[in-house]
Write a protein that binds this ligand. Structure first.
Ligand code: WTA
Length: 634
């Protein structure tokens, strides 16, 4: 096939991608990426199919794919429209300006001894300098690890120490919902126990002063002033890592997901172009924070590699009022809005009147990501936000997959929630049963049977966990296991229904039940704790914690505050339990395992059907839990 097929219909491209993947990917790679050296092999798989290397032998630079190659034709085109938390804070940057800023910051990083392969932590608000720092790392072949500005100092410390970063790029303060967030202060606390950090670059984002540590901290604006705006992009191998991004798993500490340069970039740009049908001169707004994978792939790398204009928004959807998103859409004539169901549910709850002062007539397409979208929210999105004229693309994917894996496609879409979801090019989904065997049932655990370019390389520092977590055993051919449940509908298209493990999806963020438990039991009063999810009207899933206190302590107001604050300081405000259910002990099997199945039933109000309790050492606790809903929240 020739390059003209880039614009052909979904079905023929998909068929090609499955029947002849080597030629398909070779063609796409030539179309979407500007290479510094060609590949010798499109794909090399290892024996058990857990490691696939794409475009072996080739070299490229991701930042020059996002910037340099656009300069001749699109240098004066707006790359980023930034809208601050405060509606009066606005800024725009063209591709030329962004290129200069990135080159200068690359030289700053170089002067701080950051070299290819070094790790750089970016702990920032959602501002243009965050994008600059990410692209500057990519320019040098350094690996960025962006940490969400809402994470606590403990969470930040663990992530920095896991990757042994040399440099942190941060800001004095962030702004969210009219409040200033003391980013630098939180970072300073973390850095007391991060011996690998040599230098900290601080962006002065608000007027407040910062406590600068002599010899360690430097102001961004001061070092940028004298920096040269010439910086040749480093040629990196296709499979050299571009970034590490942490995500929560069902057990243990968060996993540092490591992504490649070439395969990742190809997957983001190709899906950006095909799923969102990106057209020149359109404005694309993905509302995710740059610190999440959705921000990496569809705020930054996918759109910029295609030369698009993006909106980057610092604030929350409800500040100063719940009209904010709609004002932004009208002001910048946004054509595509890509957001999460939890945000939509929050806005639905505020009432339709907030839509009255905007037309949103520039919108052409709507997207959804992060969790299943329910029919009610879908209807509101379609009829109210999109005035019944914009198709809604429900896109399923993960930090680990790099980009969109399943989505409705414009050419095949119907006006029905969850209908006709298609696999992206090269993606071969199927269902297995609980013993990881392919099943003919309509419901099962999702697997992806073949590798794809955007697939993660490994878990940073933990190859064994990578193998154990993500692959069926080799008898089944080493299929990738995302950890989600899915079902086929009557048309045999897939619908993702939720997680298959103990990871909670709270307001679109994955949170490990065990992480919250570990935080709670750090309190001297807590004997044991178990955390499960329960249906929450706005967040999708809420966090329900069963807590057993040591006898001499009381479950009073003070204890509630202490426990909630503890979770906030250990992890983040987003991990705070919505419900604390006090119990003398947890239901356990004879081997000492907590029976989460029963706890889940109780938190879901399914009291009549708690199932078999005969294997418990303490069956009476179940009745007590059902009747003793002495709790906070709910
Ligand atoms: C869930 C976010 C249903 C799923 C891009 C997945 C979804 C996890 C959808 C990944 C969707 C994401 N429908 N569930 N459209 N999109 N999920 O790593 O459980 O933050 O495994 O990546 O979110 O979350 P992550």
């Amino acid at each position: 096939m020739k390059s003209s097929s880039i614009n052909e219909k979904y079905h023929s491209l998909y068929r090609w991608s499955i029947q002849d993947p080597i030629n398909f990917w070779s063609e796409q790679a030539g179309h979407f990426i500007k290479w510094m050296r060609p590949w010798t092999d499109v794909l090399k798989k290892d024996d058990n199919k857990t490691h696939a290397k794409w475009f072996v032998g080739a070299k490229l630079n991701v930042s020059s794919n996002c910037l340099d190659r656009h300069l001749i034709k699109k240098g004066d085109k707006t790359a980023i429209i930034w809208e601050g938390d405060d509606p009066n804070d606005r800024k725009q940057m063209t591709y030329n300006e962004l290129y200069i800023e990135v080159c200068k910051f690359s030289n700053v990083l170089k002067s701080l001894n950051v070299n290819k392969g070094d790790r750089v932590c970016i702990y920032m608000p959602n501002i243009i300098e965050t994008a600059v720092a990410m692209l500057a790392c990519a320019r040098l072949g350094a690996i960025h690890s962006v940490i969400f500005g809402g994470f606590s100092s403990n969470a930040l410390k663990d992530r920095i120490n896991d990757t042994q970063c040399k440099v942190v790029v941060s800001a004095n303060e962030g702004k969210r919902g009219g409040k200033n967030i003391p980013i630098k202060g939180i970072m300073d606390d973390a850095l007391q126990e991060c011996p690998s950090i040599e230098k900290v670059v601080v962006v002065k984002h608000t007027e407040s002063d910062a406590n600068m540590h002599t010899g360690r901290d430097i102001w961004y604006h001061e070092v940028m002033k004298p920096a040269s705006d010439m910086c040749a992009p480093e040629a990196v191998d296709s499979n050299d890592p571009l970034f590490i991004l942490y995500t929560s798993g069902s057990t243990g500490k968060p996993k540092g997901i490591l992504h490649s340069s070439a395969g990742y970039l190809l997957h983001c740009s190709l899906t950006f172009k095909h799923v969102f049908d990106y057209k020149e001169d359109e404005v694309f707004w993905c509302t995710a924070d740059l610190a999440w994978i959705t921000g990496h792939s569809y705020v930054l790398y996918g759109p910029l590699s295609m030369g698009a204009t993006i909106v980057l928004y610092e604030g929350v959807p409800t500040y100063p009022t719940a009209s904010r998103y709609w004002e932004v859409i009208d002001r910048y004539k946004v054509n595509t809005l890509y957001t999460a169901p939890t945000i939509l549910r929050t806005l639905v709850g505020m009432g339709d009147s907030y839509l009255n002062d905007s037309t949103r007539e520039s919108l052409r397409l709507l997207g959804s990501v992060g969790e299943p979208i329910d029919a009610e929210t879908w209807d509101w999105y379609f009829s109210k936000v999109g005035n019944q004229k914009c198709p809604i693309l429900d896109t399923w994917w993960q930090t680990e997959t790099g980009g969109i894996m399943l989505s409705q496609m414009l050419q095949t879409i119907t006006k029905k929630c969850g209908d006709n979801v298609k696999p992206m090019f090269g993606i071969v989904p199927d269902l297995v049963d609980d013993s990881e065997v392919l099943t003919n049932e309509d419901t099962g655990n999702l697997v992806i049977k073949e590798p794809w370019p955007g697939q993660m390389l490994t878990i940073y520092n933990d190859e064994k966990r990578f193998q154990d977590t993500y692959f069926t055993n080799s008898k089944n051919g080493g299929f990738y296991i995302p950890g989600d449940r899915a079902s086929y509908n009557e048309k045999r298209t897939l619908r993702i229904t939720g997680r298959a493990d103990d990871t909670l999806n709270v307001a679109g963020h994955l949170i490990g039940a065990t992480e919250v438990e570990a935080a709670l039991i750090k309190h001297e009063a807590v004997a044991e704790a178990a955390v499960v999810g329960y249906p929450h009207p706005v967040k999708g899933q809420g966090i329900y914690a069963y807590v057993a206190l040591i006898n001499k302590y009381q479950p009073d107001e003070k204890m509630i505050n202490e426990l909630l604050n503890l979770v906030k300081t250990e992890i983040s405000g987003i991990a705070k339990p919505d419900v604390l259910h006090w119990t003398p002990e947890l239901p356990k099997t004879r081997s000492g395992k907590v029976m989460r199945r029963i706890l889940r039933k109780i938190s879901n109000n399914e009291f009549d059907d708690v199932g078999d309790t005969s294997t418990l050492v303490n069956p009476s606790i179940v009745e007590l839990l059902v009747n003793s809903r002495t709790q906070y929240g709910g």
